[in-house]
Design a protein around this ligand. Structure first.
Ligand SMILES: Cc1ncc(COP(=O)(O)O)c(C=O)c1O
Length: 300
């Protein structure tokens, strides 16, 4: 296999290899079951370090495009991008989430911390950047610290640095959301944002809708406020909207919390019609929608 690399490009070489192979799979040049060149062969052919190829292959594996067969090498995955894996996810559960859970948030986070130390455990509790993303973040952080003066290390406006808020407002404008920097608050992570928004909209005893399963940190925030949670089961296309309407009618919740892109922990991204129907139901029953978009812009 010949992969032409642009050595002068700012795009790292492993990302170039990844996108070339991805393109070959999408174009049908590489087909399901095809064997990819060995790490050594590709490293020699493209004049790169073997680690670079390993990195590219690991990312393609994480993308769900190739898989490793121990001792035999890497192969194109049988289910390509056009044929998504059918979702078989159908949780059986009680809809009302108990107010006092078996483990405290502290205990859950401690258990997650221990699980993270084990190599054979895949952590579905929280999202982490992929290896490639870590490198990108390191580069961005280095550039930011180099290019900006000491204002980066000073306290700024309580609602966040104005330069950053302007950038975020521009980013949102590209997505069709007209907000000004004054409408924005920068928080220390999503958890603080969720917590502030939920404290604003919910009082102790209020009902809130969450997807089931949902992000454990959000359930802890609801518990902290003393709000009661209804967990609407997920379908392959997001929360079950028929059940949502039943509970909107019966319990009159104040807020619907949804992770619409790369839902934690199922990975489901809801469709446009599903989002519009959810919004229409929220309007009909005068309920606030709190969208947790922690993973938009990230790749699987
Ligand atoms: C859906 C979701 N929201 C929020 C968070 C918390 O994000 P942060 O670390 O930015 O507070 C997580 C962390 O895994 C998450 O999965």
């Amino acid at each position: 296999m010949k992969i032409i690399l642009d050595r002068r490009s700012s795009e790292p070489v492993y990302l170039q290899i990844r996108s070339r192979i991805r393109h070959l799979i999408e174009a049908g040049t590489l087909q399901a079951g095809d064997r990819l060149p060995s790490i050594r062969a590709l490293a020699e052919a493209t004049q790169v370090n073997k680690l670079t190829v390993i990195e590219a292959y690991s990312m393609l594996e994480a993308d769900g495009l190739i898989y490793a067969r121990p001792g035999a090498g890497y192969f194109v995955y049988e289910q390509s991008i056009e044929t998504p894996v059918p979702a078989t996810f159908a949780p059986r559960q009680e809809v009302i989430i108990p107010e006092t859970r078996e483990m405290s948030y502290f205990e859950i986070c401690t258990a997650v911390g221990h699980a993270n130390l084990q190599e054979d455990v895949i952590n579905f509790a929280s999202g982490f950047p992929m290896i490639g993303a870590v490198e990108d973040l390191q580069r961005i952080a280095r550039r930011a610290v180099k290019g900006v003066g000491d204002e980066l290390f000073r306290y700024d406006f309580p609602q966040g640095q104005i330069g950053l808020r302007k950038q975020i407002a521009q980013l949102l404008l590209h997505k069709g959301l007209e907000v000004s920097p004054e409408d924005l608050i920068v928080t220390n992570g999503s958890m603080q944002g969720l917590s502030l928004a939920m404290q604003h909209y919910l009082k102790p005893g209020d009902w809130a809708i969450v997807e089931s399963p949902s992000y454990h940190g959000t359930l802890a925030v609801l518990q902290g406020i003393g709000a009661r949670a209804i967990g609407i089961p997920m379908t392959p296309d997001g929360m079950n909207l028929m059940m949502l309407e039943q509970y909107l009618r019966s319990h009159r919740p104040k807020l619907i919390y949804t992770i619409s892109t790369l839902h934690n922990p199922t990975g489901i991204t809801t469709s446009q019609p599903h989002r519009q129907q959810l919004l229409a139901l929220a309007e009909k029953y005068d309920c606030v929608v709190l969208e947790d978009n922690a993973y938009e812009g990230t790749q699987l």
